[in-house]
Ligand binder design. Structure first.
Ligand code: ZN
Length: 138
């Protein structure tokens, strides 16, 4: 069995953003040389997510509004976690949107359904963040 590890780095200029990272993940799969296996993609932070969904701007604004209803950013004072930090909402949003995805690799390609794309979901940006790509297979 072969394995391959790569880190993606982000410094998103806004507090929140959804970034399609499918090309970077496919690039890592290609570099790995692995034709049949699995790729794990996970955020290495507790205020950002990796998830799979549609690359459609209306849906992304729906996610933004839905997450703001569930865990509004402000007022910061509504959260016990806030004080030194102001990112309690980002921890909650990340929990809803998930930490990681696992995708099958078939014939050297990400084996997706028709509309599946991999996204990095930033909920506390303006700082350096990392995403781990780990690939196993042969
Ligand atoms: Zn925090």
């Amino acid at each position: 069995m072969k394995s391959y590890r790569q880190i993606l780095t982000f410094n998103v200029p806004t507090r929140r953003a959804f970034i399609n990272i499918t090309p970077q993940v496919q690039d890592a799969v290609s570099k790995s040389g692995i034709k049949e296996g699995l790729v794990l993609v996970n955020s290495m932070h507790i205020t950002s997510s990796v998830f799979i969904n549609d690359d459609e701007s209306g849906l992304h604004s729906d996610f933004e509004r839905w997450l703001e209803k569930l865990a509004p950013e402000k007022p910061y004072s509504q959260y016990a976690h806030n004080g030194y930090e102001d990112n309690a909402d980002a921890h909650l949003k990340r929990s809803i949107m998930g930490r990681e995805v696992v995708v099958a690799i078939t014939d050297g390609r990400l084996d997706f359904g028709t509309w599946e794309q991999i996204f990095y979901g930033e909920f506390d940006g303006k700082r350096n963040k990392r995403v781990l790509i780990k690939i196993i297979g042969e």
